[in-house]
Design a protein around this ligand. Structure first.
Ligand SMILES: Cc1cc2nc3c(=O)[nH]c(=O)nc-3n(C[C@H](O)[C@H](O)[C@H](O)COP(=O)(O)OP(=O)(O)OC[C@H]3O[C@@H](n4cnc5c(N)ncnc54)[C@H](O)[C@@H]3O)c2cc1C
Length: 489
């Protein structure tokens, strides 16, 4: 019998798992996919939001700042990649000033003390490449960018190190309430647990309804993105948002943690099942909107598009807490700013478990530290040096990915940290191998070879890359579209 069973290994499930791993408890996580971080946590804007945008009356308004202020310490412990950059909400219309002021006032209600409204000169001093028509901006000094899937991986690895079990490829199919807890039926067998925490993202309404009468529904809302080549992110110093709308925080332009320029997301409410395909018309509209923020976007440097799917709850808020069935807890419908709020959601869940009668006794040997996979501060080496290390016999220094200069030793390290990483994409998320300009054309077979050797398994060539049935706009298609539309103008 487990004390706690967590359903879903996104940022919320892994943050809760790691939070509970410091206590003398038996905790397990079940995840239907082959890796952690395969839902919304894998594909989002990766912004550590200030915490001013969500109303104070909402749970998400109260948790965002509490989560944000934990990122520096968490990154020191877990080494997943966080950079405090500051953020701007900009406008070119003087009539928007009261809206910026009301965002600032809401931020103060949410506990923030690092907000101010900047005028044009102050904005351009901070961001020389911004649209010169900008008139005002709300500046939040403590906002930043992180690497969300690396964060979930780091949380999971550290939770495993502290005794939490992770069961991947294990989908929850039904849940029975028993006298002293729950019997959870999964594709990987049954689990008994005193408490169950539902962190199933897009599927969290269905999991809740395995034990409860419906009290909320989840509707998917897609958002598409354009990602540009490594190095392009240096066009901007901060995260730059346009004015928010009812559907979200608006199109943002930012550097990712690893230095790629990122544009997006748009927002479309979907019905039923959604795939992660991208669409050239949507991407072109995002690109045009991005040009309103900065002209420093070069379409020829576009390398990849992707879609994120928000789990929007019918309550328009996070659904967190105890339910009508004692012992069954929800951390459901966690849409933006769920990544930022995740450390605070984990704290809240520990409080709720205590209220529900679980004793949280600290473990004396809890270790909060996890070594990085990507060593910080490594400088790119000249290609003349790299080329000599490409075709040498297997050794830790052998270069497997040319564009991102990833060594075999780094790949081997990521494969032996308690989670089986049996896809090239899983290695990509951990090491950045295949994220460069050639997008894996050179290194994919080389990565596959290392995985097969290390695990003594054969990977099916059709499944080495996690295909999601999605068709993504290619670099050639996007550049062609930009050219054609420019000619039409
Ligand atoms: C377009 C977009 C942009 C965003 N931008 C930001 C941002 O910049 N900053 C920010 O703070 N937040 C942002 N967010 C929000 C953030 O990404 C989410 O709040 C967060 O990732 C949600 O995490 P989760 O763990 O709840 O869900 P998920 O990451 O979706 O994880 C749920 C997990 O549950 C698993 N699961 C589902 N059903 C079952 C089952 N039956 N059995 C077992 N496992 C199951 C899934 O496979 C999945 O791995 C954005 C979201 C989107 C989509």
């Amino acid at each position: 019998m487990k004390d706690v069973l967590i359903i879903g290994a996104g940022i919320v499930g892994t943050a809760i798992a790691r939070r509970l791993s410091r206590y003398k408890l038996s905790v397990a996580v079940v995840e239907k996919e082959a890796d952690v971080s395969m839902g919304a946590t894998k594909a989002n804007s990766a912004i550590v939001h200030g915490g001013y945008a969500e109303a104070h009356e909402k749970t998400k308004g109260r948790l965002c700042y509490k989560g944000r202020i934990q990122f520096e310490q968490l990154d020191r412990e877990l080494n997943f990649g966080f950079r405090k950059t500051g953020s701007l909400v900009i406008t070119t219309d003087p009539a928007d000033l009261p809206k910026l002021q009301s965002l600032l006032e809401n931020g103060i209600k949410n506990g923030l003390d690092d907000l101010k409204i900047l005028n044009r000169d102050e904005i351009l001093a901070l961001e020389p490449n911004l649209n010169p028509d900008v008139v005002y901006a709300l500046y939040c000094e403590g906002a930043g960018v992180c690497s969300p899937y690396e964060m979930a991986i780091a949380l999971a690895e550290n939770a495993i190190h502290n005794g939490v079990e992770f069961h991947l490829n294990t989908a929850v199919e039904a849940i029975e309430k028993k006298e002293d807890g729950f019997l959870v039926h999964t594709s990987g067998g049954d689990f008994e647990s005193r408490f169950v925490i539902n962190c199933a993202g897009l599927f969290s309404d269905r999991v809740d309804q395995m034990v409860n009468q419906p009290t909320f529904h989840i509707r998917p809302r897609t958002g598409e993105y354009l990602l540009f080549a490594p190095g392009t992110g240096k066009a901007l110093n901060t995260v730059v948002f346009q004015m928010p709308s009812k559907m979200g925080k608006g199109i943002l332009v930012t550097s990712t943690y690893h230095g790629n320029l990122l544009l997006g997301p748009d927002a479309i409410d979907e019905d039923g099942t959604v795939d992660r395909s991208t669409h050239v018309d949507r991407l072109y509209a995002i690109y045009q909107a991005g040009l309103h923020t900065t002209s420093k976007i070069d379409p020829t440097k576009f390398i990849r598009s992707f879609t994120g799917i928000r789990a929007v709850a019918s309550t328009d808020d996070f659904v967190i807490g105890a339910t009508a069935v004692p012992g069954f807890l929800n951390a459901a419908g966690i849409q933006s700013p769920g990544l930022t709020s995740s450390p605070a959601i984990a704290d809240l869940m520990a409080e709720i478990l205590t209220e529900q009668g679980l004793v949280l006794e600290e473990k004396p040997d809890y270790d909060p530290y996890r070594a990085p996979i990507i060593k910080p501060g490594k400088q790119p080496r000249p290609f003349s040096e790299i080329n000599k290390l490409l075709d040498i016999p297997s050794c830790p220094k052998k270069i497997i990915c040319r564009c991102e200069q990833v060594e075999e030793g780094t790949i081997v390290d990521c494969l032996h940290r308690g989670i089986q990483v049996a896809t090239v994409d899983g290695v990509k998320r951990r090491t950045r191998a295949s994220m460069g300009f050639c997008q894996g054309q050179f290194c994919r077979p080389r990565i596959k070879e290392v995985i097969e050797r290390e695990y003594g398994i054969q990977i099916d060539g059709r499944t080495d890359v996690e295909k999601e049935g999605a068709s993504r706009v290619t670099r050639e298609e996007f550049i062609r579209c930009c050219k054609e539309r420019q000619e039409q103008q």
